[in-house]
Each structure stands twice: as C-alpha cells, then as structure tokens.
Design a protein around this ligand. Structure first.
Ligand code: SMG
Ligand code: MG
Length: 370
C-alpha cells in the first residue's frame, strides 16, 4: 500500500455531564482524529490522549506534534508497508504510545478496508456483541451518585465501576451495595490516588465483594501493588501500569495484578493489545477493555478488541450517549447490556461528514512526500 497523506483533525465535544476522577474533572473531550489516505483505501482513528497530561504523560498537542514531526515522516518514507512494517518503524522512538496507536490504527483500518476484512475478524474476535459496563465519576454527594448508578442500571449496564479517591471510597461503595444489592457486579478505580500505606483503608472494601480494584497505586509501583495485593482480598487490576505485553508479563509474575485492563492507546495499538491479551490468557489472567471517553471512531475499534476470547469481564465500552449528546459517528447503543461489534471492513465505521464538519476546530493535511 502506498501512503499518500495524513489529515489531522481537531474537534471539541461537550460531555453530557462532568466526569470527575481522582486526577481532575473533564467537561469537554478535545478530540484528535486521523484520516490516513493510501492508494487503496482511507483509514480512520482517534488519538485517546487527553487535553492535559493527567492520566498519562501524553496530551493532545504533544501527540499531534510527535505524529506530524516524528512518526508520520518515518512511516511515509516506507515503500509498500503493511501494518507490521508501520509498527516496527515507530519502535525506535521512545514512548508516545497513544500517538503511535493512533497512527498504527489509521493504517490498519485502511489496510483492512482494502482487504475487505473487519478488525474483529483480523484480531480473532469470537462474539458479535460484548457485555458493557459503565464508569461512574466521583460526585458531590452520595444521593447524587445513587441517582446516577440507578439510571445506568435502568439502561441495562451489566457492571458498575465507581471512581474512588481518599475520602470517597468506602462510603460510596457501601451506599451502592445497600441500595442496589450484592448481586450488582461492582468495581472501583483509583487512578493511582493511594499509597501502599493505605492498605488498611483499602482493606475496608473487602466486605463488599468487589470484582476488582483498578490501579490503586502509582503506575511505576509494581512491587507496591504486589505488596498491597497480599494485604487485601479485592483482586488488584492494573490500568496505567500496563504499557506493554512485557510489563503485563512482569506484573503478573510479580503478583502485582490478578486482572488486566487493556487500552490500545496506552500500549501503542491493537497489535500490542492482542499480545497483552495473549500473555494474560496464557497466565489465566482475565482481561477487559478500558475506555478513554472515545467517540464512535475509537469505540468501534475497542469493541472489536473486546470480542476476543480472553475478555471475560465487561469493559468500559458504554454506549455513545454515556458521554456525548451527539457522537461523530452513528451512535453505539446498549441493548440488553450489550453493545454490538462492528462487522464492516476495518473498524467498520466512519464519521458522519456533516457532524464532523460542525464539530471540527482545525485540520491539517500532511502529504506523504511533503
Ligand atoms: O470511556 O468509559 C470510558 C472511560 C472509562 O473510567 C474510564 N477511563 O482510568 O479507566 C480509566 C479512565 C481513564 C479516563 S478518565 C478521564
Ligand atoms: Mg482506569
């Protein structure tokens, strides 16, 4: 395939409500979309970096910069590449997994469209719909949280994830258990807000029979997670820490996690995501698909990944209306707790031109021979 050029497109989408985590509050999704043009097909992707480097070191402006000045020139110079060549060419640059993931995915989408093959089939997907959970932000009060959780359960979400931080952990979990019962699959996500010294506090979550606690400690603290895992009964799941299949293997060997959240942006793309899945499956470690407030473009690809057999826990693969009044693609909906895996070629979806046009704040065309 011959790469002709790349369009970077910035858009701004207001969220349906503020989404608060231990690292901050989001009210708008600043979106960076990629459209890669080749001689055979076009490919789309969404970069999951956020506005500021608060979830990980990456952020939208840095991702756009490294794509324009470092990564795209490298892959544009390849002759007749396939996705593996594209992925290899970017490996010599350190970090920037979200930027790499976006570029690799746009290329993979174009390649699969030219082959008339869906991403789900390419990756080895086993099901046509996936069970979906929802991530519920930190709220100002417990009654407000209970209203939100009740609303999501009414919509059919099969698993609730509560964002927690010191001062907002045991009380909201107890309140949700008391109101909605012990049968609701429930988990928590701390986004690195605790230290190993908080083990006694986190052990107070043990009686609530949570599916897992996600990323309680800083991302570089694998040993701390292993130590914590021995002091609490709730299974430890890692998100921020898992930056590659190698780190996943290390974390599992160290006893730092019993479950892994896979986010393609965080590990550098769907090829590496599948390797993380395979490593976990070989160790009998369940995985689930995380979310980064993606629009339909990113969500479509995540649903393909979540259809692999090792994804035995519901993911953060909610419907479009969880975050957006109007998605940039046809919206994904939840039906009986499940979201459909796209079946069309590539990621199986493209933005609706009129909607995209309205939401776009800037575009830049990078010719391959520029
Ligand atoms: O897309 O549903 C989604 C977001 C799920 O909680 C979610 N993501 O740490 O897992 C996580 C967070 C990262 C983004 S928070 C702004
Ligand atoms: Mg998380």
């Amino acid at each position: 395939m011959k790469i002709e050029g790349l369009e970077l497109r910035w858009a701004s989408l207001p969220l349906v409500g503020t989404f608060r985590t231990s690292f901050g509050s989001e009210t708008t999704r600043d979106l960076l979309l990629l459209r890669l043009v080749t001689d055979r097909a076009e490919g789309w992707s969404e970069c999951v970096a956020m506005t500021a480097p608060v979830y990980s070191p990456e952020y939208v402006d840095a991702a756009a910069h490294v794509i324009e000045h470092v990564l795209f020139p490298e892959i544009a110079a390849l002759s007749d590449p396939d996705v593996h060549a594209v992925s290899r060419a970017m490996q010599r640059f350190h970090g920037h997994q979200m930027a790499k993931a976006a570029l690799e995915t746009a290329f993979l989408d174009a390649e699969l469209r030219s082959l008339d093959l869906s991403l789900a089939r390419y990756l080895g997907g086993a099901v046509d719909r996936v069970a979906s959970g929802v991530s519920v932000g930190i709220m100002d009060s417990v009654p407000q949280l209970l209203d939100a959780v009740g609303g999501y359960l009414d919509q059919g979400y099969v698993r609730i994830k509560l964002k927690i931080e010191p001062g907002w952990d045991v009380e909201p979990v107890r309140a949700v258990r008391e109101r909605f019962g012990d049968d609701v699959p429930l988990q928590v996500d701390a986004n690195t807000a605790y230290t190993v010294g908080d083990a006694r506090q986190l052990a107070k979550l043990d009686p609530f029979d949570l599916l897992l606690i996600e990323q309680p400690l800083p991302e570089d603290d694998l040993l701390g997670h292993a130590r914590l895992a021995r002091q609490i009964r709730t299974p430890v799941c890692l998100d921020e820490s898992i930056t590659s299949a190698k780190v996943a293997a290390d974390a599992i060997s160290l006893g730092a996690c019993a479950i892994v959240n896979i986010k393609p942006g965080r590990v550098g793309g769907y090829l590496e995501s599948r390797r993380v899945h395979d490593v976990c499956q070989a160790h009998g470690v369940p995985v689930w698909c995380g979310g980064m407030l993606e629009t339909g473009v990113g969500r479509a690809a995540n649903l393909a990944l979540a259809s692999l057999p090792g994804f035995t826990l519901p993911g953060d693969t909610s419907a479009s209306d969880r975050y957006f009044h109007r998605d940039v693609t046809e919206p994904f909906t939840i039906e009986n707790g499940h979201v459909r895996v796209p079946t069309g070629p590539g990621i199986g979806i493209t933005p609706v031109p009129e909607i995209l046009h309205e939401l776009t704040t800037d575009t830049r065309w990078l010719p391959a021979n520029g």
